[in-house]
Design a binder for this molecule. Sequence first.
Ligand code: UDP
Ligand code: GLC
Length: 408
Amino acid sequence: MTEVLPVHALAERGPRDRARAARSGVAARPRVLFVSHTGTMSGAELVLRDAVRPWAGSSAFLFEDGALTEALRNEGLEIRLARRRSALAGLKRDVSPLSALPVLGQLGALALEIAGAARSYDVVYANSQKAFLLSSLAARAVGRPLIWHLHDILDGAHFGRVQRVLQVRLANLCAARVIVPSEAAARAFVQAGGRRSLIRIVPNGLDVDPAPCPAATLRAELGLPDGPLVGVFSRLAPWKGQDILIEALATLPGLGCIVVGAPLFGEDAYAAHLRDLAARQGLSDRVLFLGQRDDVPRLMRAVDAVVHPSVDPEPFGRTLVEAMLVGVPVIATDAGASAEILDGGAAGTLVPPRRPDRLAAALSGLFADPDSFRARTALAQERALSRYGADRMQRDLADLILQVAGQA
Ligand code: UDP
Ligand code: GLC
């Protein structure tokens, strides 16, 4: 008879428990090898950091060293750094099969390394795309079940056709489960040819520090200007649509904006374009670029509204939930998961993507009648607290891991 472990019990089980469990015939918790291709902390890696909390004593196989290494080590994971760390650097999302050829040998060696590591684990858990591609071959080679935590929308806006086909075929062949954070991501996976029965939707969950403080005090502490102020809190990348917000601001005299985030994956030209665009529109004194920050919830509390202007479908958008949790009005583009998270617009304002005019109209409406947004913002906070907490996500993911390991 197998034992279903409550998530809080997982962290308490170590090698001694495993040995005892083996003697008694009761299932010990499985050992999980979490695999990540990047060491940079974007949303997917922040989710992984929170997801592994109940799995202290398991391990992470990382293709590169970075902030994620320390974050996972702090959660009690043993870190295994790939020996072939440069192999994936040249492999971009829109890669053509031809340009991938020169790195194929290195990728094969990396897959073998993962396979070697995976032998000592019960389950392989691949976070995101590239980790999945290599883990799928590795897990299959050594007969370990594989979970793919897919953080993307597999559509033509984000990926080339060859890559989509390759991913869903590999998933259909090798994955025991595909975890996605939203209905929108699930739909795209199926539309791309992925098997529906593989999918489990586990919305991202996170907590923010409950330390409310008046916005005026925060602004003084943070050196932010008085007056109407909005913020955008995403890494700088063309599909995150910060340029649309800047264009909208050009039509809204007197409205300031903080742009928080950096180009994390080589989008430096877009970052330069944003500054240039703000200067050309005569907005240099109203648009403040604050770079990458580690105090996002605090900054959110200091603004009058959070804008999430993604121009392509957003797979989830942790920043939406962060804004909801801190109780600031949210205006987001209606693409991807935003409508699910904002309850079809009942918990925030939805505008069409790539429409600076519609975004400007929504912002005007907010500042003309802030009271009318209060109920929506309160609903958003309640919704985020009840649906998008870190505990719930950890429990859901742990249940899935136990199922895949045959222990639930
Ligand atoms: N973030 C951050 N510092 C910044 C900008 C963003 O810590 O300067 C965080 C943000 O708070 C959120 C995450 O990065 O938790 C971004 O996740 P999201 O799901 O919104 O988007 P992604 O970048 O993963 O596409
Ligand atoms: C990806 C997506 C983002 C999602 C995050 C965590 O980076 O772009 O929407 O919130 O992963 O799942």
